[in-house]
Design a binder for this molecule. Structure first.
Ligand code: PMT
Length: 436
């Protein structure tokens, strides 16, 4: 009874061990995790058992070891109970085979089935031959798993089992243990907090098929939502149209236009502790929207044939499609301003004198990054502006990486170029002390 109560209070690490020669390092890792006060249960793949036997892990962990998808009477373990019990799933070493299986959702043994069934965060310590590591498929899997929120530890460089000195060596048990403890510390850092995130572009339709928008993919906002939910927050994600799937456990509110985004954000704003406005909201919309697809020679009052071919419209891209095929025709489009969602909600907070939600705006700039961000901080009434230079096509809009500058009344700082998942962690690490 006492042991059962202790186990309930303790966080459980499910340590998956796969068939790499580095499997022996998992024994040391297990010991380190136990020393940190964690309960460790082990799941071995068939190939791992060729290298280190279940008896070793059973003796070290003091727990039954999971080896097969099918229960045996003396070893009643199943993947669903393991998946539910785990506070974190650590796979160390993680072979190229298991890594690529995880990335494609293959679940053909106890470990991969458990990985698919668990909602616990995933820590991976890859270990493999350098050529297997450099293979584009493995690289794509690493990218995909990281984008899905997995924490990758290594691999490092050094002497490999194949006799080569190269990259692919499993990180040290100390490093894997430290990363695991960090992940566990994060899991509850926003428990009890409510977070609102706007993401993606908005679309402002000119007619049923043409619109003004931006190249925002939603990656930044979705990574923030996933990370906030992984830290225990209750998250509302209000997003314009993207190709992304909402992260599990997040309340997803799809919208199309800026006005719909304002309405949805406004509904959740007052109950939030933190609001992050990462959406690329269109500042303008066509003054009128045609109910049918516009023909060349459109008669919509806001789209008028223009006799001056030098006229440049703010909505040039959309107009180009209206005018395509007519060498000499050009059109002007009348635009009207959209509401500024961040500024509107910040003013509402200011009017009530409330300090919450803490307000984070983004600033997408092509010049004078910091001075423009400082201006936006003031003009919009945010507590923090996260600024990015979107003139570099490899960063910012729709890329997997970005470089951010944090601008507040206290000063500014800049990150390195990092993946958007890393940046989401960095942003929430920065904000957590403000909220707690
Ligand atoms: O989605 P990704 O492909 O990952 O790309 C990420 C990103 C480039 C979209 C992101 O990093 C970013 O910069 N988001 C803000 C884009 C933007 O619209 O910046 P802005 O400087 O125009 O707006 C400043 C702030 O006001 C932003 O927080 C914006 O959400 C908000 N805003 C702007 C206009 C408006 N009408 N309402 C708003 O709330």
């Amino acid at each position: 009874m006492k042991q059962q109560q202790q186990q309930q209070q303790q966080q459980t690490v499910l340590l998956g061990v796969t068939g790499s020669i580095a499997a022996y390092k998992a024994c040391e890792l297990l010991r380190l995790l136990q020393k940190a006060g964690l309960r460790v249960k082990v799941a071995l793949t068939e190939h791992a058992q060729e290298l280190v036997g279940a008896a070793t892990f059973r003796a070290l962990s003091g727990e039954p070891v999971a080896t097969s998808l099918f229960d045996s009477p003396g070893n009643p373990i199943n993947h669903i109970s393991l998946a539910e019990e785990a506070s974190v799933l650590v796979i160390a070493p993680c072979t190229a085979n298991v890594l690529n299986k995880l990335a494609s959702g293959v679940a053909d043994d106890l470990l991969t089935t458990t990985a698919l069934a668990t909602t616990a965060p995933l820590v991976l310590a890859p270990a493999m031959n350098a050529r297997m590591l450099r293979h584009p498929r493995t690289q794509a899997s690493l990218e995909l798993l990281e984008a899905a929120g997995a924490t990758l530890v290594g691999p490092g460089e050094g002497y490999l089992a194949c006799g080569e000195e190269d990259s692919g060596r499993m990180s040290s048990p100390e490093d894997v243990c430290a990363a695991t403890l960090e992940v566990l510390a994060r899991t509850q850092s926003l428990a009890g907090k409510r977070v609102l995130i706007t993401a993606g572009p908005t679309r402002e339709y000119l007619d049923p098929v043409r619109f003004i928008s931006s190249p925002s993919s939603g990656k930044t906002g979705f990574a923030l939502a996933r990370e906030a939910a992984a830290r225990g927050a209750s998250v509302v994600l209000v997003s314009g149209p993207t190709d992304l799937t909402s992260p599990p456990g997040v309340e997803y509110v799809p919208v199309v236009t800026a006005r719909q985004m304002l309405e949805a954000a406004s509904e959740h704003f007052d109950t939030c502790d933190l609001a992050i406005f990462s959406a690329a909201v269109a500042d303008f919309r066509p003054a009128e929207q045609a109910s049918q697809k516009l023909k060349k020679g459109a008669s919509l009052p806001s789209v008028v044939p223009d006799n001056d071919p030098a006229t440049v419209s703010p909505a040039g891209a959309s107009l180009a499609s209206v005018a395509s095929g007519t060498a000499s025709a050009s059109y002007s489009l009348t635009l009207t301003a959209n509401p500024d969602i961040l500024a509107t909600l910040a003013a509402r907070r200011a009017a009530t004198g409330a300090k919450r939600p803490y307000l984070v705006g983004f600033a997408a700039e092509t010049e004078d990054l910091l001075s423009n961000a400082r201006e936006k901080l003031k003009a919009k009434g945010a507590d923090l502006i996260v600024a990015n230079d979107v003139s570099d096509p490899a960063l910012g809009f729709a890329s997997s990486h970005n470089q951010l500058s944090f601008v507040s009344k206290e000063g500014s700082s800049q990150t390195a170029v990092l993946s958007k998942e890393h940046l989401a962690r960095h942003i929430l690490d920065t904000l957590t002390p403000e909220l707690c």
